[in-house]
Structure formats: structure tokens, C-alpha cells
Design a protein around this ligand. Structure first.
Ligand SMILES: Cc1cc2nc3c(=O)[nH]c(=O)nc-3n(C[C@H](O)[C@H](O)[C@H](O)COP(=O)(O)OP(=O)(O)OC[C@H]3O[C@@H](n4cnc5c(N)ncnc54)[C@H](O)[C@@H]3O)c2cc1C
Length: 472
């Protein structure tokens, strides 16, 4: 396929993040074109799970419930420190529509997103390697060896760690990288319901349930690589069944983020903007949240007359969240991998005194991608606070509209100009609502599932206009 001469949005990179963004935009009628250098989808499993909170956001792009359920749910984790069960995280009681992570191999997710985006009208041009992006939005690419150009209103770099768009924006990935973990996906009979993390003198050894079989991840020493994973896991854990390896890789442990995410018409999202340690499986999930956030903002600007300042709020919102997520993944990596006997003794000794606190954080982190501290709003009660992920207290209720909700109890009494993606409805007076939101009178939920406002109903008009104007 040749490049179109023009597009409202050109997305560089047709990985999961670029495709999720394309689906969000195309579904709202935006003319979007995706340029992907690979001639066919990358078959490597890489990311293996999608977090429940991210699935909620993807539901807002119009993926069907059947598509969103096409993997295997996993409900938390068990953590052992030196053979002692230190923590048991069960996510089933979290107040979310999908309180689990879904085992869904990255190529399968990309297949779903690609079909969905192209059905909605996005143009995906493969074998199109972008070589330059200029300030006026002209993207130059080699398409099947021939140089072509597309002139775009906005350009989004979803082109991974070696991003060309990042270079055009003039920023770098700041941070650090280490070696030290390797993974193998093994076809073994498995009855795991959730991840098992074993931490010992060797470092760490994880077993993660996949749709079929398990992912084994473990610390390796100098001179070892992914070919040693099965033998090391058998040595470190009591595993004996025959295991056929279907995918194996070394993990580079990154903690990196771009210091700038926008310049003029160009934006960054996904691995082009941040790189995570694999612990917690946040790399792709964080990128998908970037796509969902930037997606609704571009739709508001291109289709509903919102000011350009709304697009500036993309970097202000997502960069600190991605940085926190990168650092949190790094902190978990350090805590799980430590080999020093004294530090391991401290870890083992203090673990029994923190179970509720630690488990709750791991649960929220792993399902809700809520990387802030889930804490009660002291004044009004309830777990969900503005800026964090909104709980879904009424699973069977009728208030979902394109994943965007305004759920005030008394909002109907307030005269406001509700934007097309918000809907008024009373909050049902259920126990689940009280647990999540206490006695909050009014809520405003962003289209990507984060809570923009909770408070008195009178504050909603101001919160809405701040959100739409890019101040929230
Ligand atoms: C071994 C391994 C295991 C992982 N496990 C997990 C996990 O368990 N959980 C998790 O959340 N994450 C995991 N990740 C990370 C996850 O794979 C990435 O975070 C995810 O792929 C990022 O998606 P993306 O769309 O931003 O970038 P990518 O998937 O890298 O996609 C970028 C796309 O851009 C294309 N591209 C690049 N340059 C150009 C160009 N100049 N022109 C046109 N196209 C271009 C590429 O071909 C590619 O298709 C893992 C990664 C690896 C390597």
C-alpha cells in the first residue's frame, strides 16, 4: 500500500501502542495512518499480560467483551523469601470490572488491535520505514524501497526504543540499564492461578501462568544466557515435568524515560518514551495507557474544538506517571533480586509486619496500573482519589459510555455543558460505591478510566472545564 498524501494523524510504529492509538482515533472518525517498517507482525511473545485496568481502557476503544476475554485471567501473586511464604496477593476483591491480569501474548493482542483499527478505518502501511519527521508534520518513509511522504496534522512516535520521532523531537531516554534476568516460555502442564515469585541467594525465580504453559524468569550470572533458564529453574525450584521452550530471551533491565514528550506537532508514546524492568509487566501496559490518554485528547481537539493546551496536558499527565511506574518496577526488581545475605535477612524479618500494606500496593499496581498510593480520602472516605484509577462500583449499571463517565449523585441539578464523552447518571447507593468513593457527591472520570474529580457537585463544571482546557 502506498502512503496517503495527507493524514490528520500519522503514527510511526504499528506495535501495540501505535495500534491502540490508531483504533481510538479511527473509531472517532479521525483520518489516521500507521507507518510500520516490518512487512509482517513480529511473532515474538515479549509482553505476556494485559492489566485489568488497561483492558477497561481498551474496552473504551470498542474492543468487544469477547475479544477482551480472549486470554486467561491471573488473580495476583505469591511471594516467597528464602522458602518462607512472605506475601499472598489476591486481586479478586479489588473494586474493578476486571480484577485480574489477562495472559494474552503480545502478537495476539496486536492482531486484535490491528483488525479493530483497520475495521474502524485506520490505514496501516507496512514495509514503510520512517527516515525523517520535520517540524511541519511531513513524514518521510521508504515504502518497499521507494521514498514517499505524508503530510500530517500531528505525528506520534510509537516506534519503540530506537525511535526516529524521539530524535526529531530532540530528546533522549534518560536513565540506566543492567543485565541479569533471562526468560523462557515453556509448554508445561500448569495449574497456576497466579504468579509465583521465589527470592533466594540466587536472586529471583518467577513462574507466571500463560495462556498455554508458563513463563519462567530467573537471575543469571556472567557467562549465562537464556539457554540456561530451564536448568536454573529446575535447580532453584522443585520443577521436574518436561518443558518444551517456545520462546527465550535475555532481559535488559531498563529504567529510562524521555525528558520531553512533545514538540510542536510531534508526540512520543510507549517504549519510545519509557523503558521498564520487566518485573510487574508494566512496559507495554504503561504504553497502552499513553495511547489511551493521548487518543481522547487528540479526538477532543480534532473533533470537538478543545484547545491545543489539552494536548500539552498529555506530557504533564503521562510523563510523571510513566516515570513513577518505571521507578516502581525498578524498586521491585532490586527488592526481589537482592543477593546480599544481610539485606535478605532484613527483608525476611520485616516482611511479616507489612503484609496488608505491601499486598494492597502490589494488587493495585498489578491490576489497576495505579502507581500512586491507594489511600483513603481522609475527609470523605473511599479508596479512589482524584488522579488515580477509578473503581467500577456498578458492574451491571448503565452508565458506561465509550468508557467515559461522569457519575454524580446530584449532577443533574447542576447546569453544565457535558462534553460528548461524558454522561450523567446517579451513583447507586451501594456498599461497593461507599468502599470506592465514600460519601463523594460527584465524580468525573476521564475517558481513559482515571478519576479526574471527586467532590461536591458544585465543583463539577469547573473540573470539567479545567480538564477540557488541559489544566487538570
Ligand atoms: C523479551 C521481552 C519481554 C517483555 N515482556 C513484557 C511483559 O511481560 N510485560 C510488558 O508489559 N512488557 C513486556 N515487554 C516490553 C513490551 O514488549 C514493550 O513495552 C512493548 O512492545 C512496547 O510497545 P510499543 O508499541 O511502544 O513498541 P514496539 O512494540 O517496540 O513497537 C514499535 C514498532 O515500531 C516499528 N518501528 C520502529 N522504528 C520504525 C521506523 N523508523 N519506521 C516505521 N516503523 C518503525 C517497529 O517495527 C515496531 O513494530 C517485553 C519486552 C521484551 C523484549
Amino acid at each position: 500500500m502506498a502512503l496517503p498524501a495527507r493524514a490528520e494523524v500519522a503514527i510511526v510504529g504499528g506495535g501495540p501502542v501505535g495500534l491502540a492509538l490508531a483504533a481510538t482515533l479511527a473509531r472517532a472518525g479521525v483520518d489516521v495512518c500507521v507507518l510500520e517498517k516490518l512487512a509482517a507482525r513480529d511473532p515474538r511473545a515479549r509482553a505476556s499480560h494485559v492489566h485489568g485496568g488497561v483492558l477497561d481502557g481498551l474496552a473504551a476503544t470498542g474492543l468487544s467483551e469477547a475479544e477482551l476475554a480472549s486470554g486467561k485471567p491471573s488473580y495476583g501473586a505469591k511471594v516467597w523469601f528464602d522458602d518462607t511464604l512472605a506475601s499472598e496477593v489476591d486481586t479478586r476483591s479489588l473494586p474493578f470490572r476486571r480484577p485480574y491480569t489477562l495472559a494474552l501474548p503480545q502478537p495476539d493482542l496486536e492482531g486484535l488491535l490491528e483488525a479493530h483499527a483497520t475495521r474502524a478505518g485506520a490505514r496501516l502501511v507496512r514495509d514503510a520505514e520512517v527516515t525523517a519527521v520535520d517540524e511541519s508534520g511531513v513524514v518521510t518513509a521508504r515504502v518497499g524501497g521507494v521514498e514517499e511522504r505524508v503530510s500530517a496534522g500531528f505525528v506520534v512516535g510509537c516506534d519503540g526504543p530506537q525511535s526516529v520521532v524521539r530524535e526529531a523531537i530532540g530528546t533522549k531516554l534518560w536513565g540506566w540499564t543492567q543485565q541479569g534476568l533471562a526468560l523462557a516460555d515453556v509448554d508445561v502442564p500448569s495449574d497456576l492461578e497466579h504468579a509465583h515469585l521465589h527470592c533466594g541467594a540466587y536472586g529471583v525465580a518467577f513462574r507466571i501462568p500463560l495462556q498455554r504453559g508458563e513463563r519462567w524468569v530467573t537471575s543469571i550470572d556472567a557467562g549465562q544466557d537464556e539457554s540456561h533458564v530451564v536448568a536454573l529453574m529446575r535447580d532453584r525450584l522443585p520443577l521436574s515435568a518436561p518443558a518444551e521452550v517456545t520462546f527465550a530471551s535475555l532481559f535488559r533491565l531498563h529504567a529510562r524515560w524521555a525528558t520531553r514528550w512533545r514538540r510542536g506537532r510531534a508526540f512520543l508514546a510507549g517504549d519510545a518514551a519509557h523503558l521498564h524492568s520487566p518485573v510487574g509487566g508494566h512496559g507495554m501496559n504503561t504504553g497502552l495507557l499513553d495511547a489511551l490518554d493521548l487518543g481522547w485528547k487528540l479526538v477532543q481537539v480534532l473533533r470537538h474544538g478543545a484547545p491545543d493546551a489539552l494536548l500539552d496536558s498529555y506530557e504533564r499527565t503521562r510523563r510523571p506517571q510513566a516515570r513513577r511506574s518505571v521507578l516502581q518496577a525498578w524498586a521491585a526488581t532490586v527488592a526481589f533480586r537482592m543477593q546480599n545475605p544481610l539485606l535478605r535477612f532484613v527483608r525476611r524479618t520485616f516482611a511479616p509486619f507489612t503484609p496488608g500494606f505491601v499486598d494492597r500496593h502490589i494488587a493495585w499496581w498489578s491490576v489497576a496500573q495505579d502507581i500512586g498510593v491507594p489511600g483513603r480520602d481522609r475527609a470523605r472516605g473511599g479508596w479512589c482519589r482524584a488522579g488515580g484509577r477509578a473503581a467500577d462500583p456498578e458492574v451491571d449499571g448503565g452508565y458506561l459510555l465509550d468508557g467515559a463517565r461522569a457519575l454524580p449523585t446530584v449532577l443533574s441539578r447542576v447546569a453544565i455543558d457535558v462534553p460528548p464523552w461524558a454522561v450523567r447518571a446517579p451513583l447507586p447507593p451501594t456498599e461497593a460505591v461507599r468502599t470506592a468513593y465514600g460519601d463523594a457527591e460527584a465524580l468525573l472520570v476521564r475517558p481513559d478510566g482515571f478519576l479526574a474529580y471527586r467532590g461536591p457537585a458544585e465543583g463539577v463544571p469547573q473540573a470539567l472545564s479545567a480538564l477540557r482546557g488541559g489544566e487538570a
